[in-house]
Write a protein that binds this ligand. Structure first.
Ligand SMILES: Nc1ncnc2c1ncn2[C@@H]1O[C@H](COP(=O)(O)OP(=O)(O)OP(=O)(O)O)[C@@H](O)[C@H]1O
Length: 378
């Protein structure tokens, strides 16, 4: 239990569809049951907020305030290594987001990230497959940032330097005069941060791949071969060379065309892009395997079991895959689990089959009703 992180109390005020909600959560499995749009995902998102300082679903903080209200507050008790920490998140329209641990406000939100880890598996993950490279970079960077503070600060710095360099290129273009010396001032910093980012992504993905494949094979019964790879211009040439060669191109386009901001992660099934050649079920299995690998990875780095947030997990998976997943979740490999479903009977059936205890919450009309711990008997 010593590496088990869990939320014991959660209180929401004006968060999305909830005017007020107070919950006591089980350290093990918690099920949130309700119709479509009832607000099940929003509860999981509140827990994600407390972990990562932002919503999983809506990056604009103020849009997570209850319609017509002016602020939201999420308060919570997190148990970790036999200690309890109070985590507070407050968002008020027009003001800076406030995060506190045990009543002390964080100066930098980055200091909080990684302390109370969570992994969300959600239908929105499909954007990782369907959308452009930015979302995949953010996903990988989010994983690394949770345990590598230097990486996070280099990443933030890289973003700032890149913006400055791009602004300078634009500016010079409007004057029709390019001063390479001024640009090279930014290049030095870009190269320094870029190399750290590249090395961290490379190392992480190398270690991540076998874990990911293990989960995919487990979920699919080793039915199909999948892979994951890291694509970066920095594999071909040094960052210095890339920038030098791209000089006239950057001037023409008025932005930086080479660097780790162009990196991507390639998802394949039987050596073909899963986006085009994977079925919906295969894509979902792929995403779940990625996230379970993320879980194991964080556990090995942080020596803490993250809270697992399983949103709408059953959709598009065949019964065999659902069974395997639930078996894994129930096998105590994971710590606290929050799971959503529209179907109480399905939840009952899955857990009772395996003799698993869980706590249910029913959501209707923006009210969360807590039931007693459900003890299933075989
Ligand atoms: N800022 C907000 N203020 C009030 N309500 C909001 C806000 N943002 C989202 N909602 C409401 O939250 C609801 C969606 O909640 P959520 O996504 O948690 O539902 P769900 O129970 O997970 O549904 P599904 O089963 O369809 O996945 C919608 O009714 C939406 O209008």
């Amino acid at each position: 239990m010593n590496n088990h992180v869990f939320v014991s109390k959660l209180s929401l005020v004006n968060f999305k569809n909830y005017k007020q909600a107070d919950l006591s959560l089980s350290p093990d499995i918690n099920c949130f049951i309700g119709e479509n749009g009832a607000g099940k995902t929003n509860v999981l998102d509140a827990v994600y907020y407390l972990s990562m300082c932002k919503s999983y679903l809506n990056p604009v903080d103020r849009q997570n305030i209850l319609f017509d209200a002016s602020f939201f507050v999420i308060q919570s008790s997190w148990n970790k290594k036999n200690e309890v920490d109070q985590i507070y998140c407050g968002v008020k329209k027009g003001q800076k987001k406030v995060f506190k641990k045990n009543k002390v406000t964080y100066e930098k939100l980055a200091d909080h990230i990684g302390q109370f880890p969570t992994v969300m598996i959600s239908p929105y993950d499909r954007n990782l497959i369907l959308e452009g490279s930015e979302i995949r970079r953010k996903w990988m960077d989010g994983i690394i940032s949770q345990f590598d503070r230097n990486f996070l600060s280099q990443l933030i710095k890289y973003g700032k330097v890149l913006n400055q360099r791009n602004a300078l290129l634009k500016n010079m273009s409007s004057y029709g005069f390019f001063d390479n010396e001024s640009i090279s001032v930014w290049d030095e910093q870009l190269i320094e941060c870029g190399k750290v980012i590249h090395e961290a992504r490379k190392k992480t993905i190398e270690e991540f791949i076998p874990i990911f494949q293990k989960y995919y094979n487990w979920l699919s019964g080793s039915k199909e071969e999948v892979n994951l790879s890291y694509r970066s211009q920095l594999f071909d040439k040094s960052f210095e060379e890339l920038l030098e060669e791209a000089q006239s191109q950057d001037q023409r386009r008025q932005y930086t065309t080479v660097g780790v901001h162009k990196d991507d992660f390639i998802f394949t099934i039987k050596d073909h892009p899963i986006k085009k050649f994977g079925s919906q079920g295969q894509q979902k299995t792929y995403l779940i395997a990625l996230k379970l690998a993320q879980y194991e990875w964080l556990l090995s780095r942080l020596k803490l079991k993250p809270v697992l947030l399983l949103d709408d997990i059953f959709d598009k998976l065949d019964n065999e895959r659902v069974e395997r997943l639930m078996q894994m979740v129930s096998d105590q490999d994971f710590g606290q689990v929050l799971i959503t479903d529209t179907d109480q009977e399905r939840i009952d059936e899955i857990f009772s089959k395996n003799g698993i205890d869980y706590k249910s919450f029913f959501i209707k009309d923006n009210i969360i009703e807590e039931s007693k711990n459900k003890v299933t008997v075989e």
